[in-house]
Design a protein around this ligand. Sequence first.
Ligand code: FUL
Length: 519
Amino acid sequence: MKNTIIAFLLSLSSIAALGQTAPKPYGVLPTRRQLHWQETEMYGIVHFSMATFTDKEWGYGDESPRIFNPKHFSALQIVGAAKAGGLKGVIVVAKHHDGFCLWPTKTTDHNIGKSPFKNGHGDVVKEYQLACQKLGMKLGIYCSPWDRNSPIYGKAEYVTDVYRKQLKELYSKYGPLFISWHDGANGGDGYYGGSRDVRKIDRSSYYGWDTTWAITRKMQPGASIFGDVGPDVRWVGNEEGHAGETCWATYTPHAPEKGKKPGNGFVLDYQGTEGTRGGEFWMPAECDVPLRPGWFYHKSQDGQSKSADQLVDLYYKSVGRAACLDLGLSPDKSGQLSSPDANILKQFGQIINKTFADNLAAGATFTASNVRGNNSLKYGTARLTDNDRYSYWATDDSVTKAQLIINLPAPKTFNVIRLRENIKLGQRIDSIGIDAWQNGKWTRIAGASSIGANRLIRLPQAVSCSKVRLRVSSPVCIALSDFGLFKEPADLAAPVITRDKRGTAFRYSLLHILDFRAV
Ligand code: FUL
């Protein structure tokens, strides 16, 4: 009898212990810097430089610094408008392909110090930094590797003595950055100090990204590195602002086509749009898209900015698919965002705020088919509505299919469903299904495969009910951190349904990313 009691107590304590043990992580995991980036959700990339004054998208590199002379430049206005739009940071294009540097660099005379702006004493990057500090926004930097002004572009010395030095200046003078943004930069025609020729480089080897990124890691350990193929954040494969309907944070870049070297400008079945289920790297997607038709301001494009409703649509197709939205902002020649653009941002921010202000599931009673170790305190369903991305409802190790019934205190009407996994434990869930209790039976209203950091399902029409069911299927036990039901403000235009295009461009080498994930 005594033995039976001891065995019983032991089994109780082991069940309790089980309930205390967190689920084992699944697959590759995000780093701290990637979590920080993911939480940012939306940021802007500000193109305001020489090309603003020459009305071009890509300056040739022969522009005189005297052309750069905004009369009313205001980083506060630009960053403030971004903040009103709900963006949480800005990436400053500190140097675009034309090579003009917006900070007083020692690496070239082709910089703001030679312009009339503030009598040659201006530093636009510094002004953004101060504005970001003041407004509680994050700062990132884009310094184009391709430089159509530099006489030595194409030689090894450009990378060692110009480009990397420029990055070092930017990494050391403007405080902590949340992202270092790099693009493909394949070279081509340009001024190149007067030779006006065509300089082709082999992008798989020329920039020596591994050495460059080691500098980023050392000087800006909190910054995620964005590139077409990571290493921290991958390009989604289009500049239209949307991720795939299914979009995994994990990714295995595809091998080059047979007979083609990686990095020479060809793609090979580029899968950035959707990622790879169970991929080799944690490398979530960034969706970059300009607010206006071009990245730089052109008067001829006034009136063609995306509307607030269009931005909302892109929000659901990027942030709502566990990617981040990187919205191109284009101040005009005065040095500020035009008021129509600033207004659109404001309206967009208001719609998103209004939509997510009230989680209709917050007051509901959740009944789970399983709670890990019966430990409701630690792994119970109360974690689903506490607004903490990393607290979670979990199931026992053996339970990989589970369901939740959400009993709403009164009938509610919603058209947005939010789900989040605790991604510190990896991307676990394979798929979910959602049903609404209507006319005495369950009716399926939505389904999705990838969930990850944030999944927003925008229903084609609002649903009214008092009971919702979530069905989850995963290869390992479940670790879901959020369940929300929301109602968009009524005056929004109907969502635009478009087909996802698979990205087909590929701007630089796969080879470089591979060793960088571990750093
Ligand atoms: C591209 C550049 O070529 C465009 O001009 C723009 O800066 C965009 C954000 O990235 O690679």
